[in-house]
Every structure is written in structure tokens, then in C-alpha cells.
Design a protein around this ligand. Structure first.
Ligand code: TXA
Ligand code: MG
Length: 324
């Protein structure tokens, strides 16, 4: 049974459910997560089942404070310390060597575990009350559009999860940036809510992992980053930033765009992510707008690329995977 309650009344119950092996959706500043006690393999297995997620795709572990990190990881190098100081709590996941307390199911058998401290006050309170590290992927069916409200979670997973904590819409709106510190040189595994420029200005150049077409999905450097992901059911076409998006005659077309981007023709539905092109606002509205368009009975969604800096890089990454 799924229950959605306002956060004030549900936090203690939700924490108790986590402690006793249940799966609970909760808000973070990036997207809603579907959480389970990261040290309980049976509970973690239920996440994979509810999401219909392949077990080669590792989960991110969430903790409330720095003192809990050493329960989860066996090494916390100087680079991690500097990044944590600057960006935690916040949308940055660090992959570090895992301790045995974290079951292999969480990391898909990899030696590293992704860990972050989220910035949402409800997430922090829940994690504190639960007292255990919480493994949580985005709370959507595998490959689908990430949820940024409790209603999105209920729409996608409602009947297969135990509880949904409602903390309002997510402020960042894009998943965390994932950075591996497993080798001497940091490697970026996923663009996300913490822009690469900000990371590089603190720790210097970062290598960007490229997927290798000769390997199968499970053997990629970031196994969950499939070429098709974050995807609406409706076909999506991406138009270069600054080019005019033209509605296609005879088709019901939807438009997804930031403010001040040129377009023409008859669109059945238009979602303008922000009036002034502010990338933070675009990110916060992105997944909800994609869902609205996907539910509008369209033949095609035409989406403008974002400028390739700051959060625009992660937004373009999501767009291209959604269009694949
Ligand atoms: O913002 C977020 O990161 C959200 C919230 C809930 O924290 N979570 C999230 O989880 O987006 P998920 O499962 O949808 O995406 C996590 C991705 C995996 O698909 C994988 O690409 C990468 O992070 N990842 C996680 N753990 C990893 C590990 N140990 N090694 C390599 N990549 C990892
Ligand atoms: Mg996801």
C-alpha cells in the first residue's frame, strides 16, 4: 500500500519503515529518491523490483552528515574532503571504495560506492531519524522521466512502494553530478546538478568518462548511464540552441524551450521553462514540463538545446538521452 503524507506527520513513520526493511520515497533537492536501508540487501532488492531496474545499475547511498560517511566508505582522500567541504550537502555524488557493510547489490558488484549528503531539509531529517545509510535511486520506473514532485512518484510507482514523503517540488530538478575518486585522477561519470566548472575550479581538470560502444551496458564506466534514459513515450527531437524550432505540418507538435528561443508554426502545447533563459529555473522545471508534454497526446516533442555551460551541460545530456 502506498501512503502519501505531509512531511511533518510522516517523517517518524517513514524512518521506522526504512529501519524495518521497507521502501520509502522521499524528496531531495535534485529529484525524489526511492530509499531503502543500504545495509539490508533484502530491502535493497525491493527497490530493483519496484523500479524494474537491472541489477548491473548501482545505487547511490545517502547519509545525513560527514560523520556517517566513514561507515560506508573505507577511504576518504583529501580531494574528497575538499569537495565535500565545498559541495555537501548538495547535488554531488562521490564514488569511493566501499566497506563490507554495503552489500554488493548496492554497487552492482563494483568496488566503489556512490555517496552523497542531500541538501533537502526533509531528506536530512529523515536520514537522521532512520539512523542508517539509505540507498536511493530516482523514484521512477527504470529509464523513465525522473520525479520532481510526490505526485510524479505516486503516478509511476504508487502501488509498489510502502510510503511517499511529500516535501514539495525539488529545487534543483536534475540528478546529482557523479564523480569517481577510485583512481588517482577524478573521473566524471554523470553531469548533474553540480556544474563541472565549479568542480574543476576547486580540484583542477577532471577526466570525462566516455561510454565504450564495444562494451555492453553493464560494463560501461557508469553502468546506469544508458544512451536511452530519462525518456518520454513520445518521440523527441532536439534543435540546436538559437535555431528556430518549426512545428511539423500535419502533426500534433509540442515545444519544450527556454525563454528567448525562436520558434514558429502551430504547436499544440508549448512549455517555456523560464522567461529569461536562467538555467537554474530551466533545470527546476525540466522534468515536470517533459511529463506534461508526454501526457498531452502529441505526435512529437521538439526541444531546444540549452547553452553548453553550467547546468546547461547536464540539461543537454538529459535531452539527448531522452531523444535517443
Ligand atoms: O540526485 C541523485 O543522484 C538522485 C537522488 C535520489 O539522490 N539519485 C539518482 O540515482 O539519480 P539513480 O540511481 O537514478 O542514478 C544513479 C547513477 C547510476 O545509474 C550510475 O550511473 C551512477 O549513478 N552510480 C551510482 N553508484 C555508482 C558506482 N558505485 N559506480 C559507478 N557509478 C555509479
Ligand atoms: Mg534515475
Amino acid at each position: 500500500m502506498s501512503r502519501t503524507k505531509s512531511c511533518a506527520t510522516s517523517l517518524q513513520s517513514a524512518a521506522e519503515l526504512l529501519r524495518t526493511g521497507h521502501i520509502v520515497a522521499f524528496p531531495t533537492e535534485t529529484v525524489y529518491g526511492l530509499g531503502a536501508d543500504a545495509t539490508n540487501p533484502t530491502a535493497v532488492a525491493r527497490i530493483f523490483e519496484a523500479k524494474q531496474r537491472p541489477t548491473f545499475d548501482p545505487l547511490i547511498v545517502h547519509v545525513a552528515e560527514l560523520s556517517q560517511v566513514e561507515r560506508v566508505v573505507s577511504k576518504f582522500p583529501e580531494t574528497a574532503r575538499r569537495l565535500a567541504c565545498q559541495f555537501w550537502p548538495g547535488p554531488l555524488t562521490l564514488v569511493l571504495p566501499k566497506r563490507d557493510i554495503i552489500p554488493d547489490l548496492v554497487t552492482a558488484g563494483l568496488p566503489g560506492v556512490g555517496i552523497r549528503i542531500p541538501r533537502h531539509p526533509v531528506a536530512i531529517e529523515l536520514l537522521k531519524a532512520a539512523g542508517c545509510p539509505v540507498a536511493a535511486p530516482s523514484a521512477n520506473k527504470f529509464g523513465g522521466i525522473s520525479p520532481t514532485t510526490a505526485q510524479h512518484v505516486a503516478d509511476g510507482l504508487g502501488s509498489s512502494i510502502d510510503w511517499i514523503v511529500d516535501g514539495g517540488p525539488c529545487a534543483v530538478g536534475l540528478e546529482s553530478t557523479v564523480l569517481s575518486l577510485m583512481a588517482a585522477r577524478p573521473v566524471l561519470l554523470r553531469h548533474g546538478g553540480c556544474p563541472l566548472e565549479d568542480i574543476e575550479s576547486l580540484i583542477g581538470p577532471v577526466e570525462i568518462a566516455r561510454s565504450d560502444p564495444s562494451l555492453d551496458d553493464a560494463a560501461q564506466p557508469s553502468p546506469g548511464m544508458l544512451s536511452r534514459h530519462y525518456a518520454p513515450r513520445t518521440r523527441l527531437i532536439v534543435i540546436a540552441h538559437g535555431r528556430s524550432a518549426e512545428a511539423i505540418a500535419g502533426l500534433r507538435c509540442g515545444l519544450l524551450t527556454a525563454g528567448k528561443q525562436p520558434f514558429s508554426g502551430q504547436f499544440a502545447r508549448i512549455e517555456i521553462l523560464c522567461d529569461d533563459g536562467n538555467l537554474q529555473t530551466c533545470a527546476a522545471n525540466f522534468f515536470a514540463a517533459l511529463r506534461t508534454l508526454d501526457a498531452s497526446d502529441l505526435d512529437v516533442i521538439i526541444a531546444h538545446e540549452f547553452p553548453a555551460h553550467g547546468l546547461g551541460v547536464a540539461l543537454n545530456d538529459r535531452l539527448l538521452r531522452a531523444a535517443h
